[in-house]
Design a protein around this ligand. Structure first.
Ligand SMILES: NC(=O)c1ccc[n+]([C@@H]2O[C@H](COP(=O)([O-])OP(=O)(O)OC[C@H]3O[C@@H](n4cnc5c(N)ncnc54)[C@H](OP(=O)(O)O)[C@@H]3O)[C@@H](O)[C@H]2O)c1
Length: 294
């Protein structure tokens, strides 16, 4: 029986990671930020020594992409310092570590999907801090760490583009959405399932890409969401990224390749449209619950 510990368990992915493990009867301890601040090295050592997990999944992160531009040191403390603390504690006890990472480690200007071993070249503070986290983990645990990069995440337990569109469909006659950034919308539940499959396989340590297959733009995604809600997709109108000014530049091309899954024989996550169709009822129900709660 594999004992799991999930950090950042109060976040969007962390919540679904713990729920998916629990639904499969796997023993899991979820620690949210109040339960374990990953930047506190002594607390990390104590938490891991006390619970002796076989696998730690680090879902804790500074994820405010724009805020990181002005606060890179603070973002680094969480995204790299926290990862390093966990890796050192895992190394001491022989536990494996799954470190979540992001498409933002790449420049976002490729003409084909990024391979797991493509050279990273982050263009944002957030991307630099996440890349430093990858390296901290792979350097300290070369034989027993997985870096799982994901992108364009949505889930029932946190803010996301999909959640925003579900709300805006109800509130606005039309919505303007950028149509020149390409990526793979990915459901947190699919990432959790992929991580569980990875840990239970004979996969070699290293980097894996956990994103849906296929690709679209934010505009294409918004139109698909409107269609699933029975609304007229033509209410979503395309705009260029240049119409929005943001502190951190958004990658134009965030599509990740999935070749590494062939090693352990794990099928990559399926098409983004299929996942969205399964997820939207969950997200709508979660929004309804939170609206009625207050
Ligand atoms: N969301 C995406 O589209 C996306 C895309 C690519 C990769 N990722 C990666 O996927 C992972 C999960 O992201 P997510 O979307 O689930 O993010 P999230 O909802 O923001 O969850 C991150 C969690 O980490 C917690 N946290 C922050 N600082 C911490 C600290 N010092 N110690 C412990 N916990 C801390 C946050 O708590 P507070 O809320 O209290 O700050 C939050 O609950 C991250 O590694 C992220 O970089 C996400």
């Amino acid at each position: 029986m594999t004992r799991w510990l999930v950090t950042g368990a109060g976040g969007m992915l962390g919540t679904d990671m713990v729920a998916t493990l629990t639904s499969r009867g796997e023993p899991v301890t979820g620690l949210d930020r109040a339960g374990l601040d990953v930047t506190d090295a002594a607390a990390v050592t104590d938490a891991i020594a006390g619970r002796r997990p076989d696998v730690v999944v680090n879902c804790a992160a500074w994820t405010a992409v724009d805020d990181a531009e002005a606060s890179e040191e603070r973002a680094l403390a969480v995204n790299a310092g926290g990862a390093a603390n966990l890796a050192a504690a895992c190394a001491g006890l022989g536990a494996r570590l799954v470190q979540l990472s992001t498409d933002y480690v790449f420049a976002g200007d490729a003409g084909r999907p990024y391979a797991e071993n493509d050279v990273p070249a982050p263009r944002t503070a957030y991307g630099r801090t996440k890349l430093a986290g990858e390296r901290a983990v792979l350097d300290r645990l070369p034989g027993s760490a997985f870096v799982v990069r994901t992108a364009w995440l949505y889930g029932a337990h946190g803010p996301s583009f999909v959640g925003t569109m579900l709300k805006l469909e109800d509130r606005r006659p039309t919505v303007d959405v950028v149509d020149d950034q390409h990526g793979q919308p990915t459901w947190t539940v699919d990432v959790a399932r992929q991580i569980i499959a990875l840990v239970h396989s004979t996969a070699a340590p290293g980097i894996y890409h956990a994103t849906s297959s296929g690709q679209t733009t934010w505009f294409g995604l918004a139109r698909e969401i409107f269609g699933l809600l029975g609304a007229d997709p033509a209410r979503v109108r395309p705009i260029p990224s240049s119409a929005l000014s943001r502190p951190a530049p958004r990658p134009a091309y965030s599509v990740l390749g999935h070749s590494a899954w062939a090693g352990p024989g794990i099928p990559p996550i399926g098409p983004w449209r299929t996942a969205l169709r399964h997820a939207v009822p969950d997200l709508v129900a979660a929004q309804r619950d939170s609206a009625s709660a207050g």
